[in-house]
Design a protein around this ligand. Structure first.
Ligand SMILES: [Zn+2]
Length: 155
């Protein structure tokens, strides 16, 4: 899903008149797969939510694209009280279908402190539980801790 989000963002940003209509773009592309029915775009960087022209507003006009919102473990240190409020509001958007990607990433690609990651993961799981939202997990090299947090919050 993360890959598709990036792809979709790249498609939008490379077009001369961004934001452009994704449906029209699809129709013009001879290489766009005919089997495409719908997809989910992932908005998991809190800094993206606050931009002047956030992509989620463009994407929600597309009939075949749904969205999930959450804070990816790579960006856990950007999650504060205001971002949590924003996330709660984003989950009310008409095309929002869940919370993600959320989780823990202890790989060398992520420098965010493990305790901060766990705190943000825990808080988002609690939010998902309260709202009865589906979740999309990102867990890398952190299986044991992720299971522990999942059990702790969801049980
Ligand atoms: Zn991921």
């Amino acid at each position: 899903m993360k890959q598709f989000e990036k792809t979709l963002i790249l498609i939008y940003r490379r077009l001369p008149k961004w934001p452009v209509n994704f449906s029209a773009y699809r129709a013009e592309q001879t290489t766009f797969p005919a089997c495409f029915e719908s997809c989910i775009a992932v908005f998991c960087d809190p800094r993206e939510w606050l931009k002047t022209n956030p992509l989620y507003l463009v994407v929600e006009k597309e009939p075949d694209v749904r969205a999930i919102f959450g804070c990816h473990p790579h960006f856990a240190d950007h999650m504060d009280a205001a971002a949590f409020d924003m996330l709660n509001n984003l989950l009310e958007r008409p095309n929002a279908v869940g919370l993600g990607e959320i989780g823990l990433d202890y790989s060398h690609k992520n420098n965010v402190d493990h305790d901060i990651q766990k705190m943000v993961f825990r808080a988002q799981l609690a939010l998902a539980k309260k709202r009865i939202e589906p979740i999309c997990l990102h867990v890398r090299e952190a299986d044991e801790d992720a299971f522990q947090v999942l059990e702790e919050v969801l049980n």
